[in-house]
Design a binder for this molecule. Structure first.
Ligand code: HEC
Ligand code: HEC
Ligand code: HEC
Ligand code: HEC
Ligand code: HEC
Ligand code: HEC
Length: 424
């Protein structure tokens, strides 16, 4: 009888484990993930879309309700041209309303990616529009924090499962002993689990692996500074300049198209406009990350103090001294990174690497700038051959695409993960 219970227990032990694993698996493939969607949105859509207000494209608040069919909406994001071509009346009207400005297609997105983005939009739609006051935690933490919550959840589930497994193993061994007693077989008294050498060894091993993992990760991360947001001498808001007033990034960072460095503009570029703009209208209201109100006009005066401009006599009266901007992005010296290669040949958007700059009052470092970050993008980004003279040297790929051997070419295939391309 006891033997049977014991066998039963053993069977159950396995099925409970299987059940638990299935539970975890089902949790991890659970529907759309708005945190992932937020990252995708900021990297691919934020240059033209805002959830609450119309920018280049329409405000996306409640967009799912405007589309009769989610499949069609997905197809739109994959390739809006194909939906317009199919003659869908809503799509055609939208296209005409926006001056027949075609939205770029995102053929590499999976349905899951798109659902993540839509989940983010839906989440964001329920919140009010972002107030002018920047929430420093949200601005700095971003998607990272949301995924942090998830790993905490998985951690707790794992812990609970481990305890359940331990208890089941204890019950199993006691039942075994009872069964053996009943049959009259002499079995040594079971060792309590805290004295059991196997358990102790296992515990030490687990601690070693977990500890090692965090130590190594910490060591690799030394010198990285994602979210770094130093205080600058002048409170210069990208939201006011590149966002509200729509000044092109390249007007100030012309180097991004021509050279390795994007470069920070010199004071005379500021003065092109600020000889006439000496006061700040006060909208949008500006706040520091700590929530202190900023007086924009006083900040413009600081610019004048630097260049020695007198705004009443409208002329330079003193010799200037340069503004000392604190550099935010810093790759180590052993890495070669070239902006023009990514902007001109690679056709990448600033926002993909720098985040939603047009919504930042103070710039913070958006990407990790780790080697994994560079290499992962090179593995997944498809080279855009169309109208791209830079790639005429890679004619062989054209041939292979034509012959159907490959269907697209990633940066990796043109050498983007060779060590010497990034390291001197
Ligand atoms: C270069 C600018 C641009 C980018 C980048 C862009 N869009 Fe658009 N989007 C538009 C424009 C413009 C329209 C309006 C329709 C048209 O003119 O084709 C639009 C329309 C839409 C619509 C339909 C809105 C409605 O009211 O029904 C959706 C949904 C959409 N975009 C989603 C996205 C998503 C998701 C991304 C990122 C993966 C994205 N867009 C990236 C410009 C852009
Ligand atoms: C009116 C001029 C101007 C415009 C327009 C402008 N920037 Fe800037 N940008 C600056 C100045 C000045 C700084 C240095 C101060 C700071 O970090 O805020 C800067 C800093 C930056 C930095 C951080 C550099 C570092 O120290 O590592 C990035 C990234 C950046 N800008 C990206 C952009 C992008 C992307 C756009 C377009 C959406 C843009 N900028 C538009 C003037 C401008
Ligand atoms: C492929 C990713 C990527 C793209 C796209 C990109 N940047 Fe950068 N940006 C970086 C990295 C990496 C650094 C740090 C470079 C360093 O430390 O040498 C940087 C640094 C900067 C800086 C600091 C000054 C400098 O040149 O080091 C500015 C300003 C800047 N970027 C602006 C821009 C603008 C404007 C655009 C769009 C026209 C843009 N970036 C597009 C990755 C990118
Ligand atoms: C292409 C024109 C243009 C250029 C170039 C420009 N600005 Fe501005 N700036 C503006 C406009 C427009 C406003 C908003 C005025 C308003 O709303 O009243 C503004 C506002 C400001 C403000 C007050 C709001 C804030 O961001 O704190 C400061 C400070 C400022 N600019 C500094 C600078 C500096 C420093 C540079 C050079 C790196 C610069 N600007 C370059 C057009 C420009
Ligand atoms: C957002 C995606 C993206 C990120 C992030 C990115 N790159 Fe790139 N990179 C590209 C694309 C696209 C090209 C293709 C352009 C070309 O072939 O020149 C490229 C090309 C290059 C090349 C030339 C490769 C060749 O075969 O000629 C180098 C070097 C490079 N990247 C370095 C870096 C470094 C260093 C980083 C990280 C600091 C980085 N990239 C991050 C997209 C990215
Ligand atoms: C696409 C660009 C790119 C390529 C290709 C690349 N690296 Fe890196 N590597 C980087 C960047 C960026 C860093 C700096 C990471 C940081 O600061 O954390 C780095 C850092 C390193 C470091 C210092 C340790 C660290 O993580 O900071 C070593 C060692 C290294 N790379 C070796 C290699 C080797 C070996 C290869 C070829 C297999 C290679 N790299 C290919 C971009 C690249």
């Amino acid at each position: 009888m006891y033997r049977r219970v014991s066998i039963l227990m053993r069977k159950h032990f396995v099925s409970v484990l299987v059940l638990c694993v299935a539970m975890i698996a089902s949790l991890s493939v659970k529907a759309a993930d708005p945190a992932k969607g937020k990252t995708l949105f900021q990297q691919n859509c934020a240059s033209c879309h805002n959830v609450h207000k119309q920018v280049t494209g329409p405000a996306l608040k409640g967009v799912e309700e405007r589309w009769s069919d989610k499949k069609l909406l997905r197809q739109w994001i994959h390739n809006s041209g194909s939906v317009i071509a199919s003659g869908d009346p809503y799509a055609v009207k939208l296209f005409n309303d926006f001056n027949k400005q075609a939205m770029p297609g995102f053929p590499s997105f999976t349905d899951a990616d798109i659902d993540d983005i839509l989940a983010y939009i839906a989440d964001e739609s329920t919140k009010g529009p972002a107030t002018t006051k920047v929430d420093p935690a949200a601005a700095a933490g971003g998607a990272g924090e949301d995924s942090g919550n998830n790993s905490l959840l998985f951690g707790i589930i794992t812990l609970i499962l481990a305890v359940v497994a331990l208890i089941l193993m204890q019950i199993n061994s006691s039942l075994n002993k009872l069964a053996a007693d009943k049959d009259g077989v002499a079995v040594p008294e079971p060792v309590p689990f805290y004295k059991n050498k196997a358990y102790i060894a296992l515990l030490i091993l687990v601690l070693f692996i977990v500890g090692g993992y965090y130590t190594i990760n910490g060591a690799i991360g030394l010198g990285r500074q994602k979210d770094y947001m130093p205080k600058q001498e002048i409170f210069f808001s990208h939201r006011v300049h590149a966002g509200v007033n729509q000044i092109n990034c390249l007007y100030c960072h012309a180097g991004a198209e021509k050279s390795k460095h994007a470069m920070i503009p010199s004071e005379n570029i500021c003065m092109n406009c600020h000889k006439t703009i000496s006061e700040y209208s006060g909208t949008p209201e500006l706040f520091t990350a700590e929530g202190q109100k900023v007086n924009g006009s006083a900040e413009i005066q600081k610019l004048y103090d630097h260049v020695g401009w007198d705004k009443t006599s409208q002329q330079y009266t003193k010799p200037g001294k340069p503004i000392e901007w604190t550099k935010i992005h810093n790759l180590p010296d052993h890495v070669y990174f070239n902006h023009s290669q990514h902007i001109v040949a690679g056709k990448q958007q600033c926002q993909t690497c720098h985040g939603a700059i047009t919504e930042m009052d103070e710039v913070h470092q958006f990407a990790e700038l780790s080697m994994g970050w560079c290499v992962n993008c090179h593995r997944t980004t498809k080279v855009q051959f169309a109208d791209n003279k830079y790639y005429s040297i890679f004619e062989q790929f054209h041939q292979q695409v034509k012959e159907g051997k490959i269907d697209s070419v990633t940066v990796e295939m043109v050498g983007g993960t060779e060590c010497q391309k990034c390291h001197y």
